[in-house]
Write a protein that binds this ligand. Structure first.
Ligand SMILES: [Zn+2]
Length: 230
């Protein structure tokens, strides 16, 4: 069960950030703390509130921002925390080569450590939040990606487990095990499709007398001839 907590659950300070017009908005960008913390695990709300105050202090006092940079946070217990909220421009993804990124994405901090995976409660909370809060406020902004996948980003944020979370399709009629299996099938079929396209490219080039077959096209043909599927 996803729990939604208001801003007042962690701070009495005012929200920062300019009004988000939505003109450039395409979806959600996920982050992680990128700290040296191996695992946060499932913590009490008080503990998480303290962490949020700490990150806010760092962003405001050390970096000179108007508020904590992210729009929302989600913890391992499946709580969704209102930070800057849906109506403000965040400070989380902009870079010199993409200064508008914070207008393109609403930032979600997934409180996941360096050596742990999102719990199923966090994963469910993320997709619940997206459907019930974000897409209601901003219909059609369906893009979901990790910070490092935002154009212009030069960062390792978030780690692979959070990227996997963003790639997990919303399957409300599936168990986590079924959703994981579906992901595997999707990856495998994408791989097979890629191989088939490589073979088709080689065939087309050969059929038209072209000799600029790439190494990967050649390998796909050789693997197919050898009966290999991986
Ligand atoms: Zn980030």
């Amino acid at each position: 069960m996803t729990t939604y907590l208001p801003r007042s659950a962690w701070t009495s300070t005012a929200r920062g950030g300019a009004q988000l017009t939505g003109n450039q908005l395409v979806g959600l960008a996920c982050h992680w703390p990128g700290s040296t913390t191996d695992a946060y695990g499932v913590e009490t709300a008080d503990r998480v509130a303290g962490r949020l105050r700490g990150w806010r202090a760092y962003h405001v006092e050390d970096r000179g921002w108007s508020d904590i940079g992210y729009n929302f946070a989600i913890d391992q217990a499946g709580r969704v925390w209102d930070l800057r909220g849906s109506a403000r421009v965040g400070a989380h993804s902009a870079s010199p080569s993409n200064p508008d990124a914070n207008h393109e994405f609403v930032g979600v901090l997934c409180i996941v450590g360096d050596r742990e995976r999102p719990t199923s409660a966090m994963s469910a909370a993320f997709w619940d939040f997206r459907r019930d809060v974000f897409l209601r406020r901003w219909p059609g902004r369906t893009d979901v990606r990790g910070h490092r996948e935002v154009s212009g980003a030069q960062t390792a944020c978030p780690g692979d487990p959070v990227i996997e979370l963003t790639n997990t399709p919303e399957e409300t009629d599936m168990t986590p095990e079924q959703a994981a299996m579906l992901n595997q099938v999707a990856r495998d079929t994408a791989y097979i499709r890629e191989q088939n396209i490589s073979i088709a490219r080689a065939v087309v080039k050969l059929a038209t007398g072209s000799d600029d077959i790439t190494a990967s096209e050649l390998k796909a043909v050789q693997d197919a001839a050898a009966g290999k599927d991986r």
